[in-house]
Ligand binder design. Structure first.
Ligand code: FES
Length: 116
């Protein structure tokens, strides 16, 4: 069985767009790691909800169609991220579904490791 794929685009702080194919069921952090996307410092805690370096901004319409709301641990960690917005999420907590095809993910200017 071939894994289902969706297209997602990471937009870096300098405006560079990294378009990539991602597997349904992977988190955005998995996508960065598995596709060797070069985003400095991203995902430092490997998805264990302790660093907030996977902070991303979403478009409101994308934010609204995410299947899951952030859990308390994610909210706590988001509070430690720089430049928090109403459509901020942690990439390690977003699992791709088929409906999320075309997702556009803005990477913040400053990546802050909350463990430092
Ligand atoms: Fe560290 Fe998401 S990778 S909180």
């Amino acid at each position: 069985l071939k894994a289902e794929k969706v297209k997602v685009t990471f937009v870096l702080k300098d405006g560079k767009r990294l378009e990539t194919e991602a597997k349904v069921g992977d988190t955005l952090l998995d996508v960065v790691v598995n596709n060797d996307l070069n985003i400095e410092g991203y995902g430092a805690c490997e998805g264990t909800l302790t660093c907030s370096t996977c902070h991303v901004f979403l478009k409101q319409s994308d934010y609204d169609r995410l299947p899951e709301e952030p859990c308390d641990e994610e909210r706590d960690m988001l509070d430690l991220a720089y430049g928090l917005t109403d459509t901020s999420r942690l990439g390690c907590q977003i699992t791709l579904t088929k409906d999320l095809d075309g997702l556009e993910i803005q990477v913040p200017e400053t990546i802050n490791d909350a463990r430092n």
